[in-house]
Design a protein around this ligand. Structure first.
Ligand SMILES: C[S@@+](CC[C@H](N)C(=O)[O-])C[C@H]1O[C@@H](n2cnc3c(N)ncnc32)[C@H](O)[C@@H]1O
Length: 263
């Protein structure tokens, strides 16, 4: 099993070439269409967690796992989070991350075995990362272990539409991964198995997300503000049938351990 992670790491290191920051410029572009398409998923998760926990971005700590070159980290820093750490198993990705955005801290971690004590960060977040792991539920359990208050999981949803629109297998160079898809029940069971009877809020929010198609559609209208309006309207229409959505933002909020019923 370790050799799968090692093979994936070798291939990701080849993708992340620290000499060339240009491929990652989209993480920093102020283009309103790109910002809307890139940021709406993480915004949904962060808005929900802040409203449930009342945490203050200025004082709480966030760990992003499988954070790559730090796109999510930059979003969080732009929203006023002052203590953001991006982790990934790729040292090259983290070097690009530090060069892109000096506000972000970095740490090398295998997401399946995070080298941190329990409850080290207030919030732990992943976007498009767990489905790269050979043991995605183990990676999720590590997130729940390491978070003090909340975990946010932005990953493909396991429904029919997701499977029709998405791929079963993904390739990174010579390495392949199965695209593991989540739903509310899987999220709930994986959480409960680990935190047992400690009270917590668990919610798998299903929604539509197909940025490639939406960018093309917006492009037909010349991009810009009109394109943005078109993209927002299209996602607004699809939002009328969220139960068919192809993505999930999973939220876990732990209540204080002192409120737990006896085991
Ligand atoms: C599709 S990229 C997503 C990056 C980032 N979250 C984003 O959306 O821009 C998946 C990331 O997971 C990282 N990754 C894959 N397997 C990992 C593992 N076992 N431990 C830590 N990071 C891993 C890769 O290096 C890569 O940066």
């Amino acid at each position: 099993m370790e050799s799968i992670v090692a093979e994936q790491l070798r291939n990701f290191e080849q993708k992340y070439l620290p000499d060339d920051l240009q491929p990652w410029a989209f993480h920093d572009t102020p283009d309103p269409l790109m910002r809307y398409l890139r940021d709406r998923r993480i915004k949904l998760g962060i808005d929900r967690v802040l409203s449930l926990t009342k945490l203050d971005p200025a004082t709480c700590s966030v760990l992003v796992v499988c954070g790559g070159v730090g796109g999510e980290g930059t979003y969080l820093a732009n929203r006023g989070f002052r203590n953001v750490t991006v982790s990934d198993f790729s040292e090259n990705a983290l070097e690009i991350c530090r060069r892109r955005d000096s506000r972000l801290r970095t740490r090398v971690d295998n997401a399946e075995a995070v080298d941190l004590p329990d409850e080290s960060y207030d919030i732990v977040l992943v976007q498009d990362g767990l489905h790269h792991l050979p043991r995605p539920v183990l990676g999720f359990t590590e997130m729940v272990r390491v978070c003090r208050h909340a975990a946010i999981v932005i990953e493909p949803h396991s429904g029919l539409v997701g499977r029709l629109l998405g791929r079963e297998w993904e390739y990174e160079g010579d390495a392949v991964n199965y695209v593991f898809r989540w739903n509310h029940s899987l999220l709930e069971q994986s959480t409960r198995s680990y935190i047992l009877r400690r009270p917590c809020y668990v919610k798998g929010i299903r929604f539509w997300d197909h940025n490639v198609a939406l960018r093309k559609l917006a492009g037909l209208f010349g991009g810009g503000q009109i394109g943005l309006l078109v993209a927002k309207s299209a996602y607004g229409l699809l939002g009328a049938v969220p139960f068919l959505g192809n993505m999930m933002v999973g939220i876990v909020v732990k209540q204080p351990a002192s409120q737990s019923p006896s085991r």
